[in-house]
Every structure is written in structure tokens, then in C-alpha cells.
Design a protein around this ligand. Sequence first.
Ligand SMILES: [Zn+2]
Length: 310
Amino acid sequence: MRVKVLGSAAGGGFPQWNCACAQCMGVRSGTLKARARTQTQSAISTDGSRWFLLNASPDLRQQILSSADFVPPAGSRNTPINAVVLTSADVDAVMGLLHLREFQPLQIFSTIAVRRILTEENSLFRVLTRSHPPVKWETLPLDRLMPLIPPSPADRKSGLFCKAVPLNGTFPDYVSESLRNSLSQEEAVIGLTFVSNEKKLFYAPNLPGTGDHWVRSVEESDLAILDGTFWKDDELNAIRKGSKSAREMGHLPLWGDRGLLRQHFRPSKTRRVLVHLNNTNPVLNDESPESRIVRDAGWEIAYDGMELAI
Ligand SMILES: [Zn+2]
């Protein structure tokens, strides 16, 4: 399985367009040893010719154009992008669907709740149904493997399977109370376990970090790409008083009591990568002590253009 990290920053990107914090100014001026990053987006493929987008970031058009893997085959009006798999209805996870509105047979995999939010509450997303044939929504059941690419009869380990792992998250603020009350909370935020050829990827760019369901998913995977949004729980408060904490926003912070770095994963083979990095997170600075701590603890810090394989 090939995994491409097309974007690695949290909402707003890095630098964030309206932010003059030391890190955003440093990356703008080139005085900080850090890479600029677009908003978090990944894509996976088991054969190099059919790709699955993991979420659809606001920067998706630019991200698709950034890689030769997504160039339409010669003479066609087609795309190697097979489908989109959504982990939540957050703006940063779904806005890029609007970039795909010229798409032909677009397939979107999501929980029922995420589909209902996008189809019943947001008329903007109806542009997706204008294509011929219209967008095809597929339901991801919780805790059950479902085939995205069926295995070939000759090789039952082939194919690509996906399991939705509920992460105890909440629905985005924009969802109306009446709709919210009719949805299953478990379906608000999911992690995705992908399985192919007995290799497992666990993808959770939004990780509230409660419960232990997700810990098992990390331990069982060969590669885990996880939420690295904030270094500290009160990180935003330092910039703007009264801001929500990382945990209140559904992000387990890296540092501090019960932070992600304190999590004890059973000794395992899992390669661990941090993604969805907020512009305030000091790990973005390659020379910061925090970046060193993360790397010394065996984690990798994702960047745009990072390629991984399992
Ligand atoms: Zn900033």
C-alpha cells in the first residue's frame, strides 16, 4: 500500500493566512527552519493506478495538481482518483468535495451521519449530484471491515478493505440541533483502518483521545498517521485568551498529562506519523526542542509530499 501525504497542516494551513504569530512570520520570511504546509490531505493506493482520497481538504485542487500520480490518462477525461473516504463532516475534511464537482462517477464513503449532514443540511453540496451519473454515497459501517476493492479470486489477501473506528468525537458546530439530535454520535468522527495484503494503516487526523478503541487500532497497525494538531492543551489560549482547549476542540494534545506522547503503546512494529499540525505547534520548527522530543520518542512529523509504503 502506498500512502501520499498531500497536505499536513491543520485548518488554515501553515502559514495561516491571517496569522502573524512568530512561527507564521518565521516561515513567511524564511528565518524559521520549517516547511510551509497545505491543509491535511492524504491519498492511498494498492496498485498505483487507483487512488482513494482520505477526506477532501480545502486545498485539494492544488494538492491533486502537485502529483504526477493524479494526471488523467492520455486522451481521457478521467482520473486515477477512485473515491473519497471521509472521517468527519468538519469543514476541513469535506470542503474539497466542491473541487471534485466536475468529477464523473464520484464515490464517497462515509458514515450515515456524515452523509446526512452533507446532503440534508448543506444545499451547496448538491452541486455534486449534478454530474452524470451523480455522486454515489456508500455507507461505512462502524467496526466492520468492508471492501473498497474486492480481492481477486486467485489471491484472497489482495484488494483493499476499510474499517470505521468510532473515536468519541463531536459533530461540527455548523450542524443544526434538530439534525444533530437525529444522528448517532458514534458516527461523528471516525478513524480509518485500511487493510491490504495483510498490512494495516490506521488514519486518524482528528483524535479526541478518549476511550481505548483507538489505542488498539494503533497497536494493530503497521503505519499509524495520527492527530498532531496541538503541542499543549492550552496552546490557543496563549495567543487568544478564552480560546477552547485542544481537548475541547476534539484534539488530544501531544504533550502534558495523558498527552499522545505519554501514551504507552504495547511494544509494536507500528511506524507512527503526526499530521494535521496547527500553525501554533512548535514541532513545525525543525530546530525546536519539541520537534526533537517528538522525534526522539520515535514519531515522525509529516510534511507535504511525504510518501510512505507498507
Ligand atoms: Zn500563526
